[in-house]
Design a protein around this ligand. Structure first.
Ligand SMILES: Cc1cc2nc3c(=O)[nH]c(=O)nc-3n(C[C@H](O)[C@H](O)[C@H](O)COP(=O)(O)OP(=O)(O)OC[C@H]3O[C@@H](n4cnc5c(N)ncnc54)[C@H](O)[C@@H]3O)c2cc1C
Ligand code: SF4
Length: 509
């Protein structure tokens, strides 16, 4: 009798824990493209192409490695459209004695897996996802006796656990964190590394045609799709990052430049999140670059912190806070996102660039997501759940376990400060310092009131004034509140009137 091993779309790893616990002889790997998963939010078209094509390539690779794979395509007329429906049909086909599956990445799918034993009357063994460096149990042990879940302390724990960048129990070169060295703006540079491009092969082209036909109303463009869809190509991109980009990753981590969507970032998150690359392996390789003297510590530490720290921490928070986390709305924000979030057509150049690039490529880097798009959504008081859905739809690397805490928690302050000790907000000055967007904008970044004033400026002060009851005691906001209090009441009134008129104009956009 066989063992049925469902492998989900973000489990495209050869050393997946479920595969490691069964023998090739007994196992039938089940892979399912189902419409429930393609439409529960309106995923960007490139995200759909990426996941489906990567799944089809992975199935092929598993077969070549000797696994029996039962693969259900989206366009199969018998496809029931759901994981549970496809499991039922596969059980009829194969009559397995057991189901073995690696734990799901998110609450919604996890509840589905939990229901299978009862529905199918078969033993279901759910294996820990050991592609993550920190298990749920370890995170809980770290978090349970703390008043504040500060990422920096979690990160240090992970450094100790893995030994990454450690020397005799202490951080290499005496410091845990080099973030302060990593805030340089960038200038256009002809020698800037370019990520590799992977033109669509026959399998990807077939998927592009399928997505174009079935999901024409989903956001985004498919033009120029050139992401890797195999582990081998993802590995090529990783090797190119370590060879050409990592040394300057740290310096320009927060910089933004018109027309440069990648800068010195790795562009590996989609591959890590779907299983084509292993996060710990990437951290170890980054460390090896430092030890070999090929990359400076500020870059290597910065890169490792993003993966070992932020990525693992976000997952820990997601599972710890439970399925209700998505409904948190500390600031009681209710505004709908303006329609141009789905077109990029706005006169605010920073948003036009960041959203336009996102629609064209399903990617924006961290600071574009946090300090341009997220900052704006927070300042206008957008409903955090809707903002979360937009991010989940639109980014190639978006899976709820990592996207939700980043968006609702870090970016929208929806959890009231669990994830960040103050809201990530700024006026136009920050965007002007870190990008070249303002020079080409119809608005004047230094103006606060008047027809040409940069909307971020009045919105920033209005946000602080509006939320004084909830944020006034936050010691990290003491300085801006003092600055606000020093302004004349005429200036304050003019600023708030400017913000009000801008917010009213959004209702018409
Ligand atoms: C509002 C918002 C939403 C986000 N949504 C997602 C998401 O859906 N999926 C996602 O993977 N990342 C998300 N991030 C984090 C970050 O923006 C992306 O991981 C990063 O831009 C991916 O590009 P990269 O691979 O070039 O990253 P790099 O800048 O090269 O960073 C290296 C790696 O670190 C990891 N990383 C960096 N920052 C974070 C972070 N805050 N949380 C988790 N991992 C991190 C990623 O795996 C990334 O590949 C979000 C950030 C914000 C502010
Ligand atoms: S002036 Fe304001 S709106 Fe225009 S690009 Fe700069 S920050 Fe954005």
């Amino acid at each position: 009798m066989t063992v049925l091993v469902p492998v989900l779309g973000d489990q495209l790893s050869f050393d997946l824990s479920s595969l490691a616990t069964v023998s090739q002889q007994d196992a039938i790997v089940l892979m399912m493209e189902v419409s429930d998963e393609t439409t529960y939010v309106r995923h960007h078209k490139q995200k759909l192409v990426y996941i489906i094509s990567a799944m089809r390539h992975h199935a092929q690779a598993l077969r070549e490695a000797g696994w029996r794979v039962d693969y259900m395509r989206l366009d199969n007329p018998d496809n029931s459209g759901s994981f549970t429906g496809e499991m039922a049909r596969a059980i009829e086909r194969h009559d397995p004695r057991q189901i073995v599956v690696t734990e799901a990445g998110e609450w919604r799918v996890s509840a589905m897996l939990d229901s299978w034993e009862t529905i199918f009357g078969l033993p279901v063994s759910i294996c820990r996802d050991n592609r993550f460096i920190c298990s749920h149990k370890e995170f809980e042990a770290w978090a349970s006796d703390r008043r504040e879940l500060t990422m920096e302390f979690f990160y240090r724990e992970m450094r100790r656990k893995t030994g990454l960048l450690m020397q005799d129990g202490k951080p290499a070169c005496g410091r845990w964190n080099f973030d302060k060295d990593n805030r340089k703006p960038a200038k256009p540079d002809l020698l800037m590394p370019r990520p590799l491009r992977f033109p669509p092969d026959a399998i990807t082209q077939e998927v592009i045609a399928l997505v174009e036909m079935r999901f024409a109303d989903h956001p985004g463009s498919l033009e120029g799709f050139d992401y890797a869809v195999t582990a081998a190509d993802a590995e090529r991109q990783a090797a190119s990052f370590f060879a050409d980009t990592l040394p300057q990753f740290g310096d320009y981590e927060d910089a933004m430049l018109t027309g440069e969507r990648f800068l010195w970032h790795s562009i590996l998150s989609p591959y890590i999140n779907s299983g084509l690359l292993d996060p710990l392996d990437l951290c170890r390789r980054a460390e090896a670059e430092f030890r070999a003297g090929r990359a400076p510590l500020n870059s290597v530490e910065g890169y490792i912190r993003q993966i070992l720290g932020w990525r693992e921490y976000m997952r820990g928070i997601y599972w710890r806070e439970g399925p209700g986390y998505v409904d948190r709305n500390f600031l009681n924000h209710k505004r709908s996102l303006p329609g141009w979030f789905w077109t990029g057509k706005t006169e605010m150049n920073c948003l036009h660039q960041a959203i336009g690039q996102t629609l064209a490529t399903a990617h924006a880097h961290h600071i574009q997501r946090l300090m341009v798009i997220g900052n704006f959504a927070l300042l206008i008081g957008a409903d955090p759940k809707q903002v979360h859905q937009w991010y989940l739809e639109i980014y190639l690397d978006a899976y709820e376990w990592v996207e939700l805490p980043n968006t609702l928690g870090m970016s929208q302050f929806g959890d009231g400060g669990l994830l960040g000790s103050k809201p990530y907000i700024s006026s136009g000055a920050y965007i002007n310092r870190m990008s070249d967007y303002c020079g080409a904008c119809r608005y004047a970044v230094k103006e606060r009131v008047g027809e040409d004033a940069c909307p971020f400026n009045a919105l920033y002060w209005d946000f602080l004034a509006r939320h004084r009851d909830k944020l006034g005691d936050n010691h990290r906001l003491a300085m801006p509140y003092r600055t606000w209090d020093r302004q004349t009441s005429d200036d304050q009134t003019a600023t708030r009137r400017q913000a009000k008129s801008f917010l009213e104009s959004l209702n018409r956009s």
